[in-house]
Design a protein around this ligand. Structure first.
Ligand code: SF4
Ligand code: SF4
Length: 288
């Protein structure tokens, strides 16, 4: 099974719209939403939940008051002011760093796992789909992204593709999204900041030796920057596999939780079909 991850330098570039559109066009695939801090594919992928698990993504100190002699060493050590004068842990402040456990002369403090979200695998009309929902205030992590990717593989049949909606940015969640994939598609917008984000995220893909392709969304909003992005890609060996125009009808479709394909926008549907054809052709060539 080939894994293709769609990423961007920041959120809101249209990568989820592209992935959800491809989920309607590509046969023989599974899907994973690794944009764990802002997941939205599950809203479109209505289906039957096959597996649901609590995710424990943080640690928190717990004080055994029966063993505590109130020496104060833990309070002095905690840099996050997470221990009260009564030697109770302030949950909202504890970072789970464990420093307090190292200084306690009574071994009265231990770290416990804290539930920070849930992971899901669903059977949907578009294929088996894996995603996670974080609890309010919880942060995503590379480990959660890896778990979302691994979960879906347990339901693998003979699918040819795993389409991954990756995390935006260049941090550990992105690295966890792209590690071990067969190709990265970076979705960019024609703005100066979009161009800069694109270059940074392409640098991450290059660092990990993963073939990277570029798709410019809303390209017609700034033809000058689009042209600069194309030039940059040409100079640096990154194929531009598609340019999707901005169209007001897409805004309306997204407001109704529809993809451009479901909204019947033929021009954009054709370009997305072409993106898939160009991508798969180029991936085949890389294997030759
Ligand atoms: S370091 Fe240990 S014994 Fe001392 S106050 Fe903290 S929990 Fe209690
Ligand atoms: S685990 Fe770290 S943040 Fe939490 S109470 Fe202990 S020292 Fe403070």
């Amino acid at each position: 099974m080939k894994q293709i991850v769609f990423i961007s330098g920041k959120g809101g570039t249209g990568k989820s719209t592209l992935v959800s559109s491809l989920s309607l066009l590509v046969k023989n695939k599974m899907l994973a939403d690794c944009d764990v801090e802002a997941p939205n594919l599950h809203i479109l992928m209505q289906g039957e939940i096959l597996k649901k698990d609590d995710y424990f993504g943080a640690k928190e100190a717990v004080i055994d008051s029966s063993a505590c002699i109130k020496c104060g060493l833990c309070r002095e050590t905690c840099r996050f002011d997470a221990i009260s004068e009564e030697y109770k842990i302030k949950s909202m402040k504890c970072e789970g760093c464990g420093a307090c456990t190292l200084v306690c002369p009574q071994n009265a403090i231990k770290l416990e796992e804290v539930k920070t979200g849930k992971t899901f695998v669903s059977n949907t009309p578009r294929g088996t789909f894996s995603h996670a929902l974080l609890d309010i205030g919880a942060e995503g992590s590379g480990r959660l992204v890896t778990e979302v990717r691994e979960n879906v593989k347990n339901y693998k049949k003979d699918e040819e593709w795993l389409l991954i909606d990756g995390s935006p940015g260049i941090g550990c969640v992105v690295i966890a999204s792209i590690t071990g994939t067969d190709a990265v598609v970076v979705v960019s917008e024609p703005t100066k900041s979009g161009q800069s984000d694109l270059e940074r995220v392409l640098g991450v893909a290059k660092h990990f030796g993963i073939p990277a392709f570029v798709c410019i969304n809303k390209y017609n909003l700034n033809l000058k920057v689009t042209s600069e992005i194309e030039q940059y890609c040409e100079n640096n060996g990154y194929p531009v596999i598609g340019k999707i125009p901005f169209d007001q009808s897409i805004v309306k479709a997204l407001q109704e939780f529809k993809t451009p394909i479901e909204a019947g926008n033929n021009a954009i549907t054709n370009e997305i079909k072409n993106i898939w054809t160009r991508l798969t052709n180029k991936m085949k060539k890389l294997e030759e």
